[in-house]
Design a protein around this ligand. Structure first.
Ligand code: GDP
Ligand code: MG
Length: 176
């Protein structure tokens, strides 16, 4: 017996954080399951779409993941990028201390543009163990301070990527 699953909701997710932390890679991995080691500055694409199945809930959510088009310089991201966002991913990379230090500013920026929407904090590139510049307890403390859930991800190794978006989708369904 085949049961048709209806798309119950659609949501816009914005992904923010410093350049090169892995935002574009995260979106591509989730939407197309592709990973590339080549660093190319993001160009052009506004967003990618993915219909995420949530079998336990018997439903699915259409997710629109917005990419910053390489404009990570703070004030070059337009209000249009944030407009109507239902959730946000705050991303930094384990091997980049500065990207961690900037998370509070990204949090404030999202809050200013979008109000009190669900957010998650991701510590990406956890595969780069030898180059780590942020301790686990530091990222946990920041997540606690900002009252957001922390995911430690490796987009390269496909670690915890699905979990981030499943959590956001479920949170979105519960909030409606
Ligand atoms: P963005 O500027 O935040 O969009 O970052 P990109 O997605 O363009 O990624 C920057 C670089 O980091 C690319 O060379 C990616 O291949 C690499 N990268 C992304 N995620 C990971 C990861 O989890 N581990 C490692 N080792 N490299 C990653
Ligand atoms: Mg990018």
């Amino acid at each position: 017996l085949l049961v048709e699953q209806d798309v119950e909701a659609s949501m816009k997710v914005v992904v923010v954080g410093n350049g090169s932390v892995g935002k574009t890679s995260l979106i591509k991995r989730f939407c197309t399951n592709v990973f590339s080691d080549d660093y190319k500055k993001t160009i052009g694409v506004d967003f990618l779409e993915k219909e995420l199945q949530l079998p336990e809930l018997g439903t699915s959510v259409r997710m629109m993941l917005w990419d910053t088009a390489g404009q990570e310089e703070f004030d070059t991201i337009t209000s249009n990028y944030y407009r109507g966002a239902d959730a946000a991913v705050l991303a930094f990379a384990s091997d980049n201390r500065d990207s961690f230090e900037k998370i509070r500013s990204w949090y404030q920026k999202v809050t200013k543009e979008c109000g009190n929407i669900p957010m998650v904090l991701i510590q990406n590139k956890v595969d780069l163990i030898d180059q780590a510049q942020v301790r686990t307890d530091e990222s946990e403390a920041l997540a606690t301070e900002l009252k957001v859930r922390l995911y430690r991800t490796s987009v390269k190794q496909n670690l915890n990527v699905q979990e981030v978006f499943s959590f956001l989708a479920q949170t979105h369904l519960q909030r409606r």
